[in-house]
Design a protein around this ligand. Structure first.
Ligand code: UN1
Length: 492
């Protein structure tokens, strides 16, 4: 690990890191202990007491420097993402670009942590709200986006005055250590105003995430992962009145309407469903196609599925890389078998012989389903797109929303009424609703997250920063009287 310049006490140990590219070991690390995790919280808390006093724009300067360092390290980090998460070269670089973008966003934000001035009912008074740093932020991330979600949280947390402790997926610790090493370059340039412990990385299993979740000094937990994980984390944080941002599973759908530009829809569907080997929380998993265009679109999709390149992301520019591990492959096979039992017709979904047996490369699967049932109703983290025919627009909206997840959604139409209805109160119930764009690949400027079993959290752009601060309402009396609100009289 010396190559990463990390000095967090990590040595070779019994935590093996596998690359999905070959399914073989690329490193072994010594995990942190629970006691070390607890000590990190103490260190972060001490850092918070200093960092909260540094002016916002100055905190932004650290994030600006980080953005600069990320630009320099983009190629290396992108490749690291490909090694550890198996992403195509372009998608590996795209993930690092998301980090750079949120840094830029956060730098601007560091001068805009606005509160309101509010009309008061009392003469000679002023009422306002101010936003203050919140405290230590615990960030828990998943393997499929091994660095961008951490950066969405960290760039905002830092300008908001909060230190961060990061527990990355045990499948992708190397990318985390590399991000931290690049952050340390920015810290070195920033100088002494940055306290020690502003950003720390916790390497190991779920018991370490648990320390963050249960620690009363961790003011906010921002966790990305499965709905199952969220069901454990959410109530535990709530029980101690901590704050939570949950970004959990999705079961994202698209609707292709009769007036859609089919060529555009085809390309958007292909990226949304097959990109990142179906391992994005925003991956397109269900597709409703109007009966009048089904026989045009679906054969074209089958062709795209049959011809998509699947290959080693380190040695080729194939569009689809490996699944993360055997477990992911097994769950894909299980879902396809269930779909067949329900009358589904499966195209693709076969294992490809790329590299050794320990690597799991698959041709993405397109499954024509007679109805939305069984595996269609849940998220399988693999490249499976279930396609269904629809005839009635109102009924398809109901079907669209009739799943647990509420993350992302898309409609392909040039009909104004369909488009606006999809975006309206009776339309898509997701946190992200797109028109003529796929479900994945959101920009950082918008708030990112979703409803229902997706957990309700929002990260990244818009006003997501507010979750990283505490709000105080202040009323100031500059008169010589003491009028009470609501006209209450209490004369002594
Ligand atoms: C994730 O899969 O956890 O919108 C995040 C997207 C990316 C982020 C995905 N910007 O697909």
């Amino acid at each position: 690990m010396a190559a990463c310049g990390v000095t967090s006490g990590l040595e070779a140990g019994d935590m093996t890191v596998l690359s999905p590219v070959t399914g073989t070991a690329v490193a072994s690390l010594k995990p942190h202990s629970v006691a070390e995790a607890q000590a990190m919280v103490g260190k972060a808390q001490a850092a918070f007491r200093q960092w909260r006093l540094v002016p916002g724009p100055r905190r932004g300067e650290l994030v600006r420097l980080y953005g600069e360092e990320l630009r320099k390290a983009k190629e290396d980090l992108g490749r690291m993402v490909s090694i550890e998460a198996g992403k195509s070269p372009s998608e590996g670089l795209g993930e690092v670009q998301e980090m750079i973008d949120i840094c830029d966003f956060a730098v601007g934000l560091s001068r805009q942590l606005y509160g309101l001035t509010i009309a008061t009912e009392r003469a000679g008074h002023r009422m306002m709200e101010t936003w203050h740093p919140l405290g230590v932020v615990g960030v828990i991330t998943a393997f499929n986006f091994p660095c961008a979600p951490w950066c969405w949280n960290t760039a905002l947390a830092l300008v908001c005055g909060d230190p961060v402790i990061w527990k990355p997926s045990e499948k992708t610790p190397l990318t985390a250590l590399a991000c931290q090493a690049v952050f340390e370059r920015a810290l070195a340039r920033f100088g002494a105003q940055a306290p020690e412990g502003l950003s720390q990385v916790l390497i190991g299993g779920p018991e370490l995430g648990e320390v963050l979740v249960e620690h009363e000094k961790v003011a906010l937990i921002s966790a990305t992962g499965s709905t199952r994980m969220g069901r454990t984390v959410g109530p535990k944080v709530a029980a101690r009145f901590g704050k939570c941002i949950l970004e959990l599973g999705g079961n994202n759908a698209g609707i292709v309407c009769p007036s859609a530009d089919l060529d555009m829809a085809l390309r958007a569907i292909a990226f949304g469903a097959m990109g990142t080997a179906g391992q994005r929380c925003t991956t397109l998993r269900r597709l409703f196609v109007h009966e009048s265009i089904y026989d045009q679109l679906v054969p074209a999709l089958k062709k795209a599925y049959a011809s998509v390149s699947v290959g080693n992301p380190l040695e080729s520019t194939a569009l689809v890389g490996p699944l993360i591990d055997q477990r992911a492959y097994d769950s894909m096979l299980g879902a396809l078998a269930e779909a067949r039992d329900l009358g589904g017709v499966v195209h693709g979904g076969t294992r490809e012989s790329v590299g050794p047996d320990t690597a799991y490369y698959v041709k993405p699967a397109l499954v024509e389903m007679p109805a939305q049932a069984g595996p269609v109703k849940r998220e399988t983290f693999a490249p499976i797109l279930y396609v269904m025919k629809y005839s009635d627009f109102d009924a398809v909206l109901e079907a669209h929303n009739d799943v647990g997840g509420g993350l992302s959604s898309a409609i392909f139409t040039t009909d104004l009424r369909e488009m606006e209805t999809f975006l309206s109160a009776r339309g898509s119930d997701c946190g992200i609703a797109n028109v003529n764009i796929g479900t994945s690949g959101a920009e950082i400027g918008g708030a990112f997250g979703g409803e229902k079993e997706t957990g309700g959290g929002r990260e990244s752009g818009s006003d997501a920063w507010r979750a990283y601060m505490r709000r105080a309402t202040n009323t100031i009396n500059y008169s010589k009287d003491l009028p009470l609100a609501q006209g209450v009289v209490f004369d002594i």
